[in-house]
Design a protein around this ligand. Structure first.
Ligand SMILES: [Zn+2]
Length: 160
């Protein structure tokens, strides 16, 4: 019986969630951490601002985090929310830090057409900062997903 109640609750949550998402567009969405563009410009480096706030893409193989394989957590460079774990990082060969999954709930997704076709964009669920995109050519033995993330949008926190 407990199991059924739990399932019903999950069902309710998802249906509420999806109807809420249909109503809101990305620009209307209010993130828990919201700052003006001037505030972000003052806090972030030019490169971080370009990626996180303008959905830019860093040049491949430029991020030191591309080859960061120590144990730890990758946090949002703008608001410090933990987004990815080192155990889910893999070398995709693309020149961008790649993960097979996010820390559930801390990353949000949308669709962008910036290159003329649909791509799954991902951003920090706390501040809305753009992180990268998700593709379906990740490691098949795990999730099959490749979260292709700009290193400049991340801050690595090694395990103590
Ligand atoms: Zn953030």
């Amino acid at each position: 019986m407990k199991k059924i109640i739990a399932l019903l609750t999950i069902g309710l949550f998802f249906s509420c969630n999806s109807s809420a998402q249909k109503k809101e567009t990305k620009s209307e969405k209010v993130f828990p951490v919201t700052k003006t563009e001037t505030e972000w410009k003052n806090e972030l480096t030019a490169e971080q601002y370009y990626v996180l706030r303008e959905a830019g893409t860093e040049r491949p193989f430029t991020s030191a985090l591309n080859k960061e394989y120590r144990e730890g957590t990758f946090h949002c460079a703008a608001c410090n929310t933990p987004l990815f774990k080192s155990e889910h990082k893999f070398d995709s060969g693309t020149g961008w830090p790649s993960f097979d999954r996010e820390i559930n709930g801390n990353v949000d997704f949308s669709t962008d057409y910036n290159l003329g076709y649909a791509r799954t964009e991902e951003h920090c669920a706390t501040c809305g900062g753009h992180l990268g995109h998700v593709f379906n050519d990740g490691p098949r033995q795990t999730t099959g997903k490749r979260h292709c993330i700009n290193g400049v949008a991340l801050k690595f926190v090694p395990e103590k």
